[in-house]
Design a protein around this ligand. Structure first.
Ligand code: TTJ
Length: 645
């Protein structure tokens, strides 16, 4: 079994005498915020976690595998587990039942006795007595395999003795309570989804544990969730992948785990095809939002391992610079969970793990086991390395572009690309940049344009030879630099829309495979590096005609076969049909008339959805699979509407 399961911990013998008593309850009602953080909605939900955490501890001890949380009308909550049941024997020190001590004395409970990890626990880990003190009423029921015991409290005070109310052959504990509206003045209504998220997280962190959440409140739709993940944090990584709405980059989840003495560490890694990083870490099932030793060690060891793998398996030459952390973390989803005795939580919010031993343990875990994993799973390794190298190259390309942007010539004037035929106006409200595929079409466009406000930037065709291009080379070559220079906005973080030199950026490419490639490449580039350009509606696709139908002095341009046939009918049997195989076949006047003259042309505004689709196609074209690529080429040889635009 590769997960540390919930049954691995062995506890010492435990009875009423091991419960320590520290303090009375009056203080809690006086200063509730001190104990539960706030008396707002967060504090209210915190009560549930405080109770559930006790059951989770019992599960971690290996005696409980099911916890039910129910919401009832009138803001009543019930938590039931199938653990051993809180001890009902008389505490020798206090002369009352141990269970009564648990609910009436602060900081009572075996988990503070020093044995075992204080594994679960909310932010404050204050326990059942605090919740009791802040409840209008609370009832506890213990089943010890023979008797059912019950005791009732009101605002923290016992109002009944601990009584036997029946017989049972079951074991477990049930706590039912109603939070006090005198304390929780904002609200006493629970939000199902808030509880669901937190309980789901706990179910992921405790593989195999079953947590059931039920809403029986009138008017709340009878919701119920069964949270049970045999895969533990592996399932968590899969869950985060689904939430990211991106495709997975590789099969399976990389899962590594180790334990030493009283500690354990496990990590689950999964890359998606996106660019965000999502690393979440936990110590003793408590989210460490500010990271700490375990998270830092994870990042460092991942960085070193990926780089050394890259060199060892020739993804990088010895002379190449190292991949940066940001290259390696692009698309990374990681869940880190450590469990230890006496965890030290540091920082203002106590959400940063301080124990240096966890740095050592996680470092060793990742350094030792990730390398072996990659060696045994070379296709996973390849997917990760290709992506990181692609990020590396994109980063370098962006850097170069920034430098190009900065290198100004003479009188503070930004240098423009040599091939750009600029327009006279510099008012982006009227200026247009035509990005034209190929030099010959570029020539026609230059001669046909209205140079007052139309600029032409020819790009070489076949920018992207999909048979050969490696994804990392695409954005690193110099071919996109002229586009970046001409637009003037900079890219990525430095993008500044106020510097945009042309209000309309119009891509003008042929209706063939190469044209489709260039469109896909440009849209993907804009999508990844200048998304605001698309969001603000500056990017367009030109629509050149497919046919010229003429007879005598009359002629029409047709943008589809149907239109062509219509014009043939209109002009009669002897009409001459010219098919344009490329923009280069049109002369300057024809190009102006059909595609560039604002009075007659049609240009299509590109939406983010179009660009996202281009990004997907691009990723597919750059991928390893031959079949979808072949299909793309075949389809685009036929028509140009492949981008759904
Ligand atoms: C401790 O070790 C001896 C046998 O009982 C163990 C124990 O206290 N288990 C336990 C406590 N299981 N469940 C709880 C518990 C459950 C709820 C819902 C609330 C509280 C305060 C404790």
């Amino acid at each position: 079994m590769d997960n540390m399961d919930i049954n691995t911990r062995v506890t010492e013998s435990y009875d009423a005498s091991s419960i320590q008593v520290l303090e009375g309850l009056e203080a809690v009602r006086k200063r509730p915020g001190m104990y539960i953080g706030s008396t707002g909605e967060r504090g209210l939900h915190h009560l549930v976690y405080e109770i559930v955490d006790n059951s989770i501890d019992e599960a971690l001890a290996g005696y409980c595998d099911e916890i039910v949380v129910e919401l009832f009308d009138d803001d009543v909550v019930r938590v039931t587990d199938n653990g051993r049941g809180i001890p009902v024997g008389i505490s020798p020190k206090l002369g009352i039942p141990a269970v009564t001590v648990v609910f009436t004395k602060l900081h009572a409970g075996g988990k503070f006795g020093g044995s075992g990890y204080k594994v679960s626990g909310g932010l404050h880990g204050v326990g059942a007595a605090v919740v009791n003190a802040l409840s209008v009423w609370m009832e506890v029921e213990v089943r010890d395999g023979q008797n059912i015991y019950r005791q009732r409290f009101e605002r923290g005070n016992p109002v009944t003795e601990l009584e036997v109310i029946g017989k049972t052959d079951k074991r477990g504990t049930t706590v039912t309570y109603k939070a006090d509206p005198l304390i929780f003045t904002e609200t006493t209504q629970y939000d199902y989804d808030t509880l669901l998220n937190r309980l789901r997280e706990q179910a992921f962190l405790n593989a195999g544990l079953k947590i059931i959440l039920k809403d029986t409140r009138e008017g709340f739709g009878n919701r119920e969730d069964n949270l049970h993940f045999e895969g533990g944090i592996k399932s968590y990584a899969e869950f985060l992948l689904e939430k990211s709405r991106k495709e997975r980059l590789h099969d399976g989840v990389i899962y590594l785990s180790t334990s030493q003495d009283d500690s354990m560490a496990e990590v689950a890694l999964l890359y998606n095809t996106g660019y965000d990083t999502n690393i979440i870490s936990f110590a003793n099932n408590i989210r460490t939002t500010d990271g700490g030793t375990h998270e830092t060690a994870f990042k460092n060891a991942l960085y070193r391992t990926i780089n050394s793998y890259a060199k060892r398996f020739k993804y990088l030459k010895d002379s190449d610079p190292k991949l940066k952390g940001e290259d390696i973390s692009e698309g990374l989803i990681a869940v880190i969970s450590v469990k230890l005795k006496e965890a030290q939580f540091e920082g203002q919010t106590k959400t940063k793990l301080g124990n240096t031993s966890m740095g050592t343990l996680v470092n060793r875990l990742v350094s030792d086991q990730l390398m072996s994993y990659l060696e045994e799973n070379p296709s996973v390794a390849k997917a990760i390395l290709d992506k990181a190298i692609s990020a590396f190259n994109a980063r370098e390309a962006a850097q170069k572009a920034r430098e190009l942007q900065r290198s100004k010539n003479g009188l503070n004037k930004v240098r423009m690309p040599d091939k750009l035929a600029d327009c006279i106006s510099n008012d982006p409200n009227i200026t247009e940049l035509y990005i034209v595929e190929g030099d010959s079409a570029g020539g026609s466009a230059k001669n046909g344009r209205d140079r007052n406000y139309q600029a032409i930037l020819p790009l070489w065709g076949k920018m992207l030879n999909v048979e050969k291009a490696r994804p990392d080379k695409v954005f690193s070559n110099e071919k996109l630099a002229p586009v970046i220079m001409a637009l003037g906005t900079g890219i990525g973080e430095n993008f500044d829309i106020s510097k945009l030199r042309y209000g309309k950026v119009i891509i003008m490419a042929d209706a063939d495979v190469d044209g489709a490639h260039i469109r896909t490449l440009l849209l993907t580039f804009f999508f990844r590096y200048m998304p605001k350009l698309i969001e603000h509606g500056h990017v367009y696709l030109a629509q050149p005609p497919l046919y010229r139908v003429s007879r005598g002095k009359q002629h029409f341009y047709a943008f589809s076969d149907i239109e062509r046939d219509k014009y043939i009918q209109q002009l009669g049997g002897n009409a001459e049909v010219q098919r344009y195989k490329g923009l280069g076949e049109m002369d300057a006047e024809q190009l102006w008339e059909t595609t560039m003259d604002p009075e007659f042309r049609t240009i299509l505004k590109v939406t983010m959805k179009d660009a996202e689709e281009a990004d997907r196609v691009f990723t597919m074209l750059m991928g390893d699979e031959v079949e979808p690529r072949r299909q793309f080429i075949e389809e685009n040889a036929k028509n140009v509407s492949n981008l759904d635009i």
